[in-house]
Design a protein around this ligand. Structure first.
Ligand SMILES: Cc1cc2nc3c(=O)[nH]c(=O)nc-3n(C[C@H](O)[C@H](O)[C@H](O)COP(=O)(O)OP(=O)(O)OC[C@H]3O[C@@H](n4cnc5c(N)ncnc54)[C@H](O)[C@@H]3O)c2cc1C
Length: 166
């Protein structure tokens, strides 16, 4: 019978590492299933992040996520570069199967798997991603809204505010 862990965190973006820092700080020694190929989450694939407090000149996304990983590990989180492939939530103990074949059991699971942007499928969308095309009002609406004209898709109120602010 495998050990029952206190808590397993699925995902290693900002949400996963933040959970890891607090849970490790509380002495729960969490395991973080980081993903086998996408550890660090979405910010690993971007360049400058300008809106995180504490970095007045901005910080490169991979560097920011490296810092979060180190901080989580310093608090005692245990990182495993693997993918959760199945969860069994029945009963008091959750069972988590992984891509490598390891099966974990835990009293609690934090799902911090991120989300996906819903693309429009229009001409130029892929090509201009990261430049004129953005899915993140928080990231780009506040800091990069230098164009006079913009087109906003979606219904989120915050996105509307940021996209039309200037
Ligand atoms: C190009 C780009 C630029 C951005 N720039 C900014 C910015 O400047 N400022 C800002 O505030 N935000 C920015 N964002 C948004 C920011 O990246 C997200 O808000 C943030 O990463 C969300 O964090 P998260 O932890 O919820 O999810 P994610 O960062 O998406 O992390 C989720 C993690 O979970 C992993 N995962 C999923 N399923 C499993 C599984 N079954 N097993 C194991 N692991 C799993 C994924 O592989 C991933 O590593 C940007 C996003 C993009 C795409």
């Amino acid at each position: 019978m495998t050990t029952v862990e206190n808590v397993i965190i699925v995902g290693s973006g900002p949400a996963g590492y933040t959970a890891a820092i607090y849970l490790a700080g509380a002495g729960l020694s969490p395991i973080v299933l980081t993903s086998s190929v996408e550890a660090g989450g979405a910010l690993v694939n971007t360049t400058e992040v300008e809106n995180f407090p504490g970095f007045p000149e901005g910080i490169m996304g991979p560097h920011l996520m490296e810092n979060m990983r180190k901080q989580a590990e310093r608090f005692g989180a245990r990182l495993v570069y693997d993918d959760a492939t199945a969860l069994d939530l029945a009963g008091n103990v959750t069972t988590i199967a992984t891509g490598s074949g390891t099966v974990y059991r835990a009293q609690a699971v934090v799902l911090a798997r991120g989300s996906a942007y819903r693309k429009l499928g229009i001409v130029g969308e892929q090509r201009f991603t990261g430049r004129e095309v953005s899915w993140c009002a928080t990231c780009d609406g506040l800091f990069r809204c230098q164009t006079q004209r913009s087109c906003r898709a979606g219904t989120a109120r915050f996105s509307k505010q940021q996209a039309t602010k200037r």
